[in-house]
Design a protein around this ligand. Structure first.
Ligand code: C2E
Ligand code: CA
Ligand code: CA
Ligand code: CA
Length: 278
């Protein structure tokens, strides 16, 4: 029994060190990826449900590993957040979005605003105002072409929702969006104080829209957002039925695979000019 216990201990000990080693290795790979600028941005249109046209696009980061194809953000964002490296990723994503917007405006054609996801760490550990200010200046782009997405739950962390930075960003001309709404626990008064432009209903609610009572919940979110002067976007729309229900409920915009998957920047024109039958 005694020897068996010892063997178990060694087993767990080696599993433990193996986990640490794997984590350190991934962290090193991510640092290297940042140094080598291996992160690229794809764009997913957000469609105006009344007009059936793209009204903006969301910037979604991907890791392009040499010889290994694309890796999605859910696989690396958590570790970047834990290590604080998310601040560097945020800088690179914003730089690449602003450069892209400048290129697109030179090319001509329909130009729609781009929304960028910002991690709570970027608020607490970096000067987000200076970051946006300098990126806008570097590429000479119109600030109204940028929107910031902050998740409802991150707003509740570290008093980020209380910060004065949001009104300063708004003064720069940048729009503000609450992402993944319904998964955090913000109060009505907090929402009122924030004075955001856009509210994005989390995909989980769209998934349940056809279930009993699923639409009542969404209807009340829409009513509340409209009462606070916000536009409402539903994310994760995958079929026509969901889109039509949301439109009937008064939702302003929709995003999801039904309209388009996130696409590389070269496909922008095709997506931006497409008409979606309501
Ligand atoms: P998110 O901000 O909620 O982004 C929406 C996610 O849903 C994207 O996943 C998108 O590809 C996916 N999606 C869009 N339409 C549909 C649909 O119809 N069905 C389904 N099943 N999924 C849909 P993605 O690109 O894997 O991004 C995952 C998360 O990673 C994002 O969730 C966001 O929180 C984070 N993220 C992405 N890019 C960045 C970034 O540049 N910075 C930071 N801090 N986070 C990012
Ligand atoms: Ca988002
Ligand atoms: Ca979201
Ligand atoms: Ca999400």
């Amino acid at each position: 029994v005694k020897t068996e216990g010892k063997g178990n201990f060694r087993f767990f000990q080696s599993r433990y060190f193996e986990a640490i080693r794997a984590r350190l290795e991934t962290e090193m790979e991510l640092r290297n990826a940042l140094d080598q600028h291996q992160f690229i941005v794809h764009y997913q249109p957000r469609v105006d449900l009344a007009e059936g046209k793209a009204s903006s696009m969301e910037a979604l980061v991907r890791w392009e590993r040499p010889g290994k194809g694309l890796t999605g953000p859910d696989r690396f964002i958590p570790l970047l957040e834990e290590t604080g490296l998310i601040v560097r990723l945020g800088e690179q994503v914003l730089d690449s979005v602003c450069r892209q917007l400048a290129d697109w405006s030179r090319e001509g054609g329909a130009l729609v605003p781009v929304s960028v996801n910002v991690s709570p760490r970027q608020f607490s550990q970096s000067d987000i105002l200076a970051l946006f200010h300098s990126a806008i200046a570097r590429y000479g782009i119109d600030p109204s072409l940028l929107e910031i997405e902050v998740t409802e739950s991150s707003m509740m962390q570290e008093g980020i929702g209380e910060s004065a930075v949001f009104s300063q960003l708004r003064e720069l001309g940048i729009k503000l969006c609450i992402d993944d709404f319904g998964t955090g626990y913000s109060s009505l008064s907090q929402l009122q104080k924030l004075r955001f432009d856009v509210l994005k209903i989390d995909r989980a609610f769209v998934l349940r829209i056809e279930h009993p009572e699923g639409d009542t919940l969404i209807a009340s979110m829409i009513a509340m957002a409209h009462a606070l002067g916000m536009r409402v976007v539903a994310e994760g729309i995958e079929n026509r039925k969901q889109m039509q229900l949301l439109k009937t409920l008064g939702c302003d915009e929709g995003q999801g695979f039904f309209f388009s998957r996130p696409v590389p920047p070269g496909a922008r024109q095709a997506v931006a000019s497409r008409e979606f039958q309501p």
